[in-house]
Design a protein around this ligand. Structure first.
Ligand code: FAD
Length: 381
């Protein structure tokens, strides 16, 4: 490979570029981004950065000098509009750039509230990029009334940050309980209690039915018939992988851009990694939305572009910070048939183990860094 082009200047795109150079790749690397800023980490956007406790430049993976030094060209305000597989080039508004290998690291986009809601009121927030966090952070002030829609990790982290900023927070989760998609009951119970003690009003099994303007405020109508007056709505209701380019180019897409164990799409010159990629794991087609996975998969792609033929076996782990509580997750609990509370190695901590057909597949550790290290070792992740 002489010319590698990367679409998406996020976690996976950056990891692939840096790894290629680390492995001695001498060809050209061009990375296209569409956020207008140097590649940066997202996790603090719902944590320290949202609380104003981390400077914007501390989010960046590396400064501009690093990219110049490594001869990695970043066009960070130039979205790729099309992949032209016949001529092996990507197309932007200004240019066409040929590739020998192309890496798709386009990430994911928040799922939006239905248009009938978003069109009638302002002050609706999502949280995916730095601009989103800046906009949301600006209204998180004492006494501001916020409705968080969605009780997944993003929704809960936003609720925690907003409470810490002094906002009045109500959170609604449509499914019977918070974290229903990603964690077992004991973990959800822990966080429900934590948020309640911090003063968040959590309503589970209750969806948002409608939003209406009410003077300068918003009236939110819930599907249990009750309503509340708020100043802003944050929706953390999941993401959709950015697969449009791949689809338009005729690559196989199934809940994400389909890649094989080497990270290769259905075109042998085109690869994908991170939040946008779907692949088979434990017999199921999955996408994994986490930093360690994005890095690992992207680094495998870099190796494989250089001819190593190294299969990728995810070794997932994840974390979430809420108030002073730290949750760390080793493994991937998708498809678990049993969850058990175990003895935590730390007092005041909680350990929840997930099993599939009696095999341990994941462990949640709350305020238990030692338990997490042990679980990682046990799971080999
Ligand atoms: P991204 O980092 O999203 O990068 C994709 C980039 O591609 C974006 O900049 C996008 O704008 C750009 N792009 C898309 N299409 C085009 C195009 N056509 N042309 C040019 N550029 C394009 N993970 C954890 O492990 N722990 C956490 O605590 C955690 N917290 C999180 C908190 C928040 C608020 C968010 C949003 C995510 C969090 N995650 C966390 C998830 C983690 O950030 C993602 O899994 C990771 O960023 C995925 O990397 P990626 O490169 O696949 O996608």
């Amino acid at each position: 490979a002489e010319r590698v082009v990367i679409v998406g200047a996020g976690q996976a795109g950056f990891a692939a570029a840096a790894k290629l150079r680390q492995l001695g790749f001498k060809g050209s690397i061009t990375m296209f981004g569409n956020e207008g800023i140097m590649p940066y980490q997202r996790p603090p956007l719902s944590k320290a950065y949202l609380l104003g406790k981390l400077e914007a430049d501390r989010l960046s993976f590396r400064n501009e000098a690093f990219f110049a030094d490594q001869n990695i060209k970043i066009l960070n305000d130039e979205p790729v509009l099309k992949i032209d597989r016949v001529n092996r080039q990507v197309v932007t508004a200004n240019d066409c750039l040929p590739y020998d290998n192309l890496i798709l690291a386009t990430g994911a986009e928040p799922i939006r509230l239905p248009a009938r809601m978003s069109e009638s009121v302002g002050n609706i927030f999502y949280l995916r990029n730095r601009a989103d966090a800046d906009r949301l952070g600006a209204i998180m002030k004492p006494g501001v009334r916020l409705l968080v829609v969605g009780g997944g990790y993003i929704g809960l982290e936003v609720a925690a940050a907003a409470r810490q900023a002094g906002a009045d927070v109500t959170l609604v989760e449509m499914s019977p309980r918070i974290l229903s998609r990603v964690a077992a009951e004991p973990t959800a119970d822990y966080f429900r209690t934590l948020h309640a003690s911090e003063g968040v009003n959590i309503h589970e099994g209750v969806g948002l039915r409608d939003l209406k303007s009410e003077g300068a405020a918003i009236k939110a109508v819930l599907d249990n018939g009750s309503s509340l007056i708020i100043d802003g709505v944050v929706a953390g209701i999941g993401v959709r992988p950015n697969t449009e380019l791949a689809e338009a180019a005729g690559l196989k897409v199934d809940g994400g851009i389909v890649v094989d164990e080497f990270g290769c799409t259905t075109d042998p010159l085109i690869w994908a990694a991170g939040d946008c990629a779907s692949f088979i794991h434990n017999g199921e087609m999955v996408r994994i939305e986490s930093v360690p996975h994005a890095i690992d998969q992207a680094e495998h792609v870099a190796r494989n572009i250089l001819g190593e033929a190294k299969p990728y076996h995810p070794r997932p782990w994840f974390w979430s910070d809420q108030y002073q509580t730290k949750l760390q997750i080793a493994g991937f609990n998708r498809g678990y048939d049993r969850a058990e509370i175990g003895a935590s190695a730390h007092e005041g901590g909680l350990k929840v183990s997930y099993f599939k057909e009696n095999a341990l597949i994941a462990v949640d550790c709350i305020n238990d860094a030692r338990g997490f290290m042990m679980a990682k070792r046990e799971l080999g992740v």
